[in-house]
Design a protein. Structure first.
Length: 186
């Protein structure tokens, strides 16, 4: 779909036109579905890309006052919503595995791996939330690179900065997150 049409739909959505929001979602559905698939590439347990995408749509449609001046910022916002949903899902699975919803009588290797994956997703989410409060620009690069799968040139173009600046932010964010995740695992 043409960029001007997407921009028009974004503007109408910001103005409170819910039908424009639905049309924007429909216009970007394939792109958003791919974003959801990439979000789950590192592990999502029982959560599938279509479910994640539709849950994200519901959450986004309930937000008041969210502003998306352009397509990249809309996609970035969608990625953050999906990331939060994946982390919430991992937390819920972890709570269930600790007896929150049922009693585990046996534990095989696949179940143990899923518990570890969920715990890691939660640790990454907590570290990323902390990074967001410390340096939102670094956290934004992590969202776009790691969770959305955008390349350095794509991120640079989206944010209007040089590719080298994106790479420096990525390395700085990785060091910060690595330190926080290791500290949280002990």
């Amino acid at each position: 779909m043409a960029g001007s049409t997407i921009s028009s739909l974004i503007t109408l959505t910001e103005g409170g036109d819910h039908s424009a929001g639905d049309a924007l979602f429909a216009a970007l559905y394939a792109e958003l579905h791919e974003l959801a698939r990439r979000q789950l590439a590192g592990g999502g347990g029982t959560l599938g890309p279509t479910t994640l995408l539709h849950d994200a749509y519901l959450k986004m449609s309930q937000q008041e006052g969210a502003v998306f001046p352009d397509r990249p910022r809309f996609m970035g916002y969608a990625a953050k919503v999906m990331r939060h949903l994946v982390i919430d899902h991992a937390r819920q699975r972890g709570a269930q595995k600790r007896g929150g919803a049922f009693h585990i009588t046996t534990l095989d290797e696949d179940s143990a791996a899923a518990i570890a994956d969920d715990a890691e997703i939660v640790r990454v989410g907590a570290a990323l939330e902390e990074l967001t409060s410390v340096d939102p620009e670094l956290a934004d690069v992590v969202d776009l690179k790691f969770f959305c799968g955008f390349s350095f040139p794509e991120i640079a173009q989206m944010r209007g900065i040089s590719e080298r600046t994106v790479q420096r932010r990525w390395e700085k964010a990785r060091m910060y997150l690595r330190h926080k995740i290791r500290a949280g695992a002990t």
